[in-house]
Design a protein around this ligand. Structure first.
Ligand SMILES: [Zn+2]
Length: 322
């Protein structure tokens, strides 16, 4: 009998899921809204809708198969415990919450899914780690034992593979490249630290950089007429492709910062490759960053060994819907 697994990708807007075989071929897929359940108290209703939709998906195939497992990628997911721990953009406390204690925002999704699918193996990991494992099994990292995955989007995620294994660390949260300190005393980050790469090298970060540059540079720019609320990272890519001086400077600063931070990561882990991963909307953004990354990385130690290191775009299609 055919063996299939369910893969689930939890994003801030939607939760996408599909039935796949061991070759990564997709047999059926569907989506539920995550955004419809924004509050802390909405979590049980979210689980109910998700598990009901998963059962509907599992029952939708016309042939018999064995459901061998369920795998989940989610923000702030702890691989060891199966709990989503105080995620920044999911199931938040309502405004005016009398007890906004972050330690209460722990969502045991693996246990909740297991209750709906008794006897089926269920594992969950951080979304960037899931992208890393995908690249390792189906993508360009096949056969590699040491590589770094960087996922660019609203935030900056990462996954580190050493000796052929994901690095989880003792608490399940190792390899958080987005939260090393790249700029001492720099921008305030949602994690509580200052100067994290995520506050610069992300869709939100580049937006902050552009607005800082507009205050300090006098050059004309097509970005000056766009109100902050309507602004997105894709507009910076478009402006850069027109040679806009502020957009180009924003990419230079962002790419260089990413490059220097990656040079440190390379020094520590000695990877065969670094993969930059992102959805269609930030593809232009990724390629524009590569020049800056090259400046940062190649100007440091491994200019002596440039062939031991390679930058590749992500090779597997991102089926997640943000
Ligand atoms: Zn941070």
């Amino acid at each position: 009998m055919k063996k299939l697994a369910i893969g689930i990708d939890i994003g801030g807007i939607n939760t996408a899921f599909g039935l796949v075989d061991e070759n990564g071929d997709l047999y059926a897929d569907s989506v539920v809204s995550t955004k419809k359940f924004p509050l802390f108290t909405d979590y049980p209703a979210y689980v109910a809708e998700l598990t009901e939709s998963l059962h509907a998906l599992a029952d939708s195939l016309s042939f018999e198969y064995e459901l061998v497992g369920i795998g989940i990628g989610a923000p702030n997911a702890n691989y060891h415990t199966g709990v989503i721990e105080h995620p920044a953009n999911l199931w938040k406390f309502p405004v005016g919450e009398t007890n906004p204690d972050e330690s209460r925002r722990m969502f045991p999704l693996v246990d909740d899914i297991k209750k709906a699918f008794p006897g089926v193996e269920c594992r969950m990991t951080n979304d960037a780690n899931a992208a890393t494992i995908g690249e390792m099994i189906y993508g360009n990292a096949k056969g590699m034992k040491d590589f770094i995955m960087i996922t660019l989007g609203t935030g900056l995620g990462s996954g580190f593979v050493a000796n052929g294994e994901m690095i989880y660390g003792h608490d399940g949260f190792a390899g958080e490249f987005g939260h090393v300190i790249a700029v001492r005393g720099g921008r305030q980050c949602g994690c509580g630290r200052r100067g994290c790469p995520e506050t610069y090298v992300s869709a939100t970060g580049i937006k902050r950089t552009v607005f800082e540059l507009m205050a300090t540079m006098t050059e004309p720019s097509e970005l000056r007429d766009i109100p902050f609320a309507n602004f997105d990272a894709a507009m910076v890519s478009t402006a850069a492709s027109h040679g806009d001086p502020i957009a180009l400077e924003a990419f230079r600063i962002t790419g260089e910062l990413l490059g220097y931070a990656l040079a440190d990561a390379v020094t520590i882990t000695s990877p065969e490759a670094i993969f930059l991963f992102g959805g269609e909307t930030i593809r232009g953004f990724i390629f524009a960053l590569l020049c800056g990354v090259a400046i940062g990385t190649y100007s440091s130690w491994f200019i002596a060994t440039p062939l031991s290191f390679d930058l590749m775009p992500e090779s597997i299609k991102n089926k997640g819907k943000e």
